[in-house]
Ligand binder design. Structure first.
Ligand code: UDP
Length: 236
């Protein structure tokens, strides 16, 4: 069991809302405590935060909004999640920095990759908000991009209530089978929807591993960081 030294954790908005709209501070506090444990163990952590608990651009588009404007609302939603996670992680005794892809100097630093690396080297958890700052992207793709640019060893895709990648939706098909390991080509050929295909292709092309694991079980973030074989490993 070999652990990692620098990881990129992706937390979807679903996690922050505890499955509903808005923030579930109890759930976020539990995740923040686990993130703090990982940082205290000496592992460097970057986190890309989703925003689906507030707005998803595609859904607002279906309700009549222009897609690009709706996507900016989605990106702004991620920043609220970042601030909540920052607050609660610091209450667990670990320093953090929020860096956003849309500049908002009063609330966060701008995204500066070299500075992000420096923060991580100093043991600060860096929380990346506002996606890529560009409409038509998803935070899964941003997770791949930030992991590559800040030289993380792996992308850890934390999922709400699912143990890994299945051959069909485990909520709908009780006979769904979970994969221990998949290649990116197999993932794409099966047209699986657990993470967005642009991010998957970016990780594949740059030989960056992803592990999909269940965030709902206590202690799983530390387990996966320490190299315990949980969830589904996707590799090139
Ligand atoms: N978004 C965007 N560009 C990005 C990242 C996110 O336009 O680089 C918007 C998009 O509308 C998306 C929303 O922000 O629906 C929330 O992000 P995402 O759906 O990836 O969050 P998650 O599914 O992880 O909660």
């Amino acid at each position: 069991m070999t652990g990692y030294e620098r990881v990129l954790l992706k937390l979807s908005g679903e996690v922050f809302g505890g499955g509903a709209v808005g923030l579930d501070l109890d759930v976020i506090n539990r995740i923040a405590g686990e993130v703090a444990d990982v940082a205290k163990s000496g592992v460097q952590v970057g986190i890309v935060v989703g925003g689906g608990n507030f707005f998803r651009g595609a859904e607002l588009q279906q309700r009549g909004m222009e897609r690009a404007r709706a996507d900016y609302m989605g990106m702004l939603g991620t920043v609220m999640n970042c601030l909540a996670l920052q607050d609660l992680t610091e209450k667990h005794g670990v320093e953090t920095r929020v860096q956003t892809a849309i500049t908002m100097g009063q609330v966060a630093e701008p995204y500066i990759p070299r500075r992000a690396i420096r923060h991580m080297e100093k043991g600060r958890v860096v929380i990346f908000g506002a996606g890529a700052g560009m409409p038509f992207f998803s935070t899964d793709t941003v997770a791949a991009q930030r992991a590559l640019e800040t030289r993380c060893e792996v992308i850890l895709m934390g999922k709400q209530g699912v143990d890994g990648v299945y051959d069909s939706d485990p909520h709908k098909n009780p006979a769904a089978v979970m994969f221990d390991h998949l290649t990116y080509d197999e993932y794409l050929a099966r047209d699986l929807k657990v993470a967005d295909a642009t991010g998957i292709a970016m990780a594949r092309d740059n030989k960056m591993d992803m592990v999909f694991f269940n965030l709902s079980a206590d202690g799983n973030i530390l387990r996966v960081v320490q190299g315990e074989k949980i969830g589904t490993l996707v590799s090139a």
